[in-house]
Design a binder for this molecule. Structure first.
Ligand code: BGC
Length: 765
């Protein structure tokens, strides 16, 4: 009886406010309505129900619905009791409906679940891996690809994605570099915001949008030596200036949730980091979403040597501001006691629960817990032709032309015979990449298929694999052990050499297989694994007319190839339409426009390598031996950040600043003319860099502060302007504030981070 009255009260509140919502137009009003609803629900909750909201379970439930093993049975009981706030990996409308129904039919307060999944670069229609997509520098298509991912995921029951990953990452050895946007905080912030806008749209309550999650907060990309989960020793200023800006941008863009990270920072695990989670994110940035822990990261504080036991871990995490426990089972086991014995303040619990309820209200789950459960949508709106076409669009724009000596590319479609060689040439799986959500095995258009689709039937295509990358034992396995990587089998190489011998051109597809990057995939060798290098050299001996099609999720050591082979096309792992997109570029239907979001080293010993480094006290000096460099390799990148060629040539001229002196809150308009002086229409990413010459803290030798992707017809010139303002000039100074410091600045505009067109200006008191 009492239960029924309570339920009626909750729903009366919700219905009342939902109806009046429709009449209210301003966000502010609807926000205050959401707050009232949140408070009204919170007021009805017992401590146990509150802790339940902070508890997330992994489902691993698929179309068949809840499984029947013992632990699932226990989970079912908890769901019925309203002791679970969220589930992850519950996939399909049927499974989502069943999980939601358990809560709605049985629990006292009927608070709907929020259901999360790693929708990282597409749901079933797969887009390029995030590092690859970032190479497009095209915020519109990035936003749209996230919107399509959200629309497919929402059609299948998902209401929350654990993306975007906005960890600035400078180390090619770190396998998770493929999940982010590379080494630059400005680019990472812009792309992160575009992805958030794509996932969340302008209204979380719409049926096609899902909640996003900015991860991993923070410092995960700085894992020492590129070894996953390793410590990150980051000073306070570096943290503020190099790592936090994308997260601040995400918070300002209204991202619904954050995820903390596995690493420690200077001795404190991120999951137990109060300064990061409570003081900076929730206080200073005034962000009102909720923080989910990373998988098991609360419990991992025991292994870190930071918590005595699981209860202690729960205490630390809850006090530090981790609102939801993913898979540590720490909150459900210990929070009640911790609150009762005064170790965790009930206000912290209330704050966490309010944050979680707020997101659920904004998603519209209280209005309709089954809003993501539409079988028709699931049947008709996933992996559509339209989505495939857009995936091809994004893929071709993500390709970076690294080298094109003698304009070997684009190839003529009427080419008589072409050899398509390499372990990845007819691989339909590698382009799907890691973190592939429901992207099926072997569902990509392979390079060979793409080439066949592009050329007339009269073209003679000879295909030879040449070698594998990994042994058969490793194929199809989710986790690879190091020894399973390499195959030493060279028996296919002679046939590949024979195929290459008489071909007009050789397309050689080499690189990394799908699961070589991603979580737990750190490597100390970033060259070609297996016998790929031998294959390359053997083919090169008989035919120099080679185009390397690189497929990879991290920057690789391609120095031999870069010296010898005329053409290299960086094709990442491009998703469902990979082969067609690569063929578009190979045969000139699309003029490549991608630019590297991360530096490519001469060799792995240079890692971590990034363009926005510090000058040091001993920069290069031709007359000195003891300067900051290597004796056996260059100090600079083989291919720098921002770099990428086109089939046409762009010329930069007339760099002008409207003033050369401004006050700290002033602004400068920078203008430049860009002309397409080549023979093909094309796109160029115009980039603006600055350097603050002297600071209260040392400043990077260059920092990206603006970019614009433009299209120029052959012979056309466009004038592009950028604004340099307080936001571009400020940094987190020695005063522990974001400030612009007076002094001299340099500014460059060009097509990569080595741009040479330069001017200067001064900021005065
Ligand atoms: C990863 C997260 C991911 C989570 C859920 C963790 O291992 O670090 O990025 O969202 O698993 O799958």
């Amino acid at each position: 009886m009492q239960k029924n009255i309570l339920v009626t009260v909750v729903f009366l509140f919700i219905t009342l406010f939902s109806c009046s919502d429709k009449k209210n137009s301003t966000n502010q009003t609807s926000n205050s309505k959401v707050e009232q609803k949140v408070d009204s629900v919170l007021a009805l909750m017992t401590l146990q129900e509150k802790i339940g909201q902070m508890n997330q379970y992994n489902g691993s439930w698929d179309v068949t619905g809840p499984a029947s093993n013992v632990s699932d049975q226990e989970k079912l009981e908890k769901l019925k009791n309203g002791e679970v706030g969220s589930m992850l990996n519950v996939l399909s409308v049927k499974a989502t409906r069943e999980a939601q129904k358990l809560v709605m039919d049985n629990s006292r307060l009927k608070i709907p679940l929020i259901i999360g999944y790693d929708v990282i670069h597409g749901y079933k229609t797969i887009f390029p891996v995030p590092l690859g997509e970032s190479a497009s520098w095209d915020l519109d298509i990035i936003k749209k690809s996230a919107a399509i991912a959200a629309s497919e995921a929402s059609a299948a029951g998902v209401n929350w994605t654990f993306a975007p990953m906005i960890d600035v990452s400078r180390d090619a050895r770190w396998g998770r570099i493929m999940e982010g946007s590379g080494e630059d905080p400005f680019l990472t912030a812009k792309i992160g915001v575009a992805r958030i806008q794509g996932f969340q749209g302008d209204d979380l309550a719409k049926n096609y949008t899902i909640a996003a999650c900015a991860k991993h907060f923070a410092g995960y990309g700085f894992a020492e030596a590129g070894r996953d989960y390793n410590i990150a020793n980051i000073g306070e200023y570096e943290l503020q200036n190099a790592i936090l800006p994308p997260f601040k941008a995400a918070a300002e863009a209204g991202v619904a949730t954050f995820m903390n990270s596995f690493n420690e920072i200077d001795g404190i695990p991120a999951t137990g980091h109060k300064i990061l989670q409570r003081d900076i994110l929730k206080e200073d940035w005034n962000w009102d979403g909720f923080m989910v822990s990373d998988w098991g990261s609360i419990g991992e504080m025991i292994a870190h040597g930071y918590a005595k036991d699981l209860s202690h871990a729960a205490e630390i995490a809850a006090n530090a501001g981790s609102d939801m426990d993913m898979e540590s089972y720490a909150y459900e086991a210990h929070l009640e006691e911790l609150v009762n014995n005064g170790k965790v303040d009930i206000n912290h619990i209330d704050d966490a629960v309010k944050r979680i309820l707020r997101v659920k209200f904004k998603l519209g789950l209280f209005d309709d817990p089954y809003k993501y459960c539409n079988e028709e949508r699931e049947k008709n709106e996933i992996f559509t032709e339209e989505n495939q076409a857009f995936s091809r669009e994004v893929a071709k724009k993500s390709i970076v032309l690294l080298k094109n000596d003698g304009n070997i590319l684009p190839l003529n479609k009427n080419i008589k015979n072409i050899a398509v060689i390499g372990p990845l040439a007819d691989d339909k799986d590698t382009p799907i990449g890691n973190w592939r959500a429901k992207g099926g095995r072997n569902t990509a258009v392979s390079l060979l298929e793409g080439i066949k689709n592009a050329v007339p039937s009269s073209t003679n295509i000879i295909h030879e694999k040449g070698c594998d990358i990994v042994t058969n034992k490793a194929i199809g396995r989710t986790f690879l052990l190091p020894l399973e990587f390499n195959t030493t089998d060279k028996s296919g190489i002679p046939a590949a050499v024979k195929a290459a011998k008489n071909a007009e051109a050789v397309i050689l597809a080499i690189g990394e297989m799908a699961l070589q990057t991603g979580e737990g995939r750190s490597q100390t060798n970033i060259g070609f694994l297996g016998v790929q290098q031998e294959l390359l050299e053997a083919v090169y001996k008989v035919n120099k007319n080679i185009v390397i099609v690189l497929m990879n999720g991290r920057p690789m050591d391609v120095s031999w190839a870069a010296e010898k082979v005329p053409s290299i096309l960086e094709c990442w792992q491009l998703g469902s339409q990979s082969g067609n997109a690569i063929a578009d570029v190979l045969f000139g239907d699309y003029n490549p426009s991608g630019k590297l979001p991360v530096s490519f080293p001469h060799n792995v010993g240079q890692e971590p390598l990034y363009y926005n480094q510090k000058n040091t006290g001993r920069p290069y000096n031709a007359t000195h031996v003891t300067f900051s460099a290597y004796r056996d390799a260059p100090k600079t990148a083989l291919f720098p950040f921002g770099y990428g060629l086109s089939y046409t040539t762009f010329e930069y001229k007339n760099l002008k600043l409207d003033k050369n002196e401004i006050p700290v809150n002033g602004k400068i308009i920078v203008s430049v003319d860009i002309s397409n002086i080549g023979n093909m229409d094309g796109e160029e990413v115009v980039q603006l860099y600055i350097r603050d010459l002297v600071g209260s803290l040392t400043r990077p030798i260059r920092e990206l502060k603006g970019f614009e992707k433009i299209f120029l017809k052959t012979g056309e010139t466009k004038n592009i302007t950028f604004t340099i303002n307080q936001e571009s000039l400020q940094f987190y100074t020695v005063n522990k504030k974001w400030e612009v410091e007076p002094g001299n600045f340099e500014v460059w505009v060009g097509g990569d981070s080595n741009a040479s067109l330069k001017s200067t200006f001064k900021v005065i008191e």
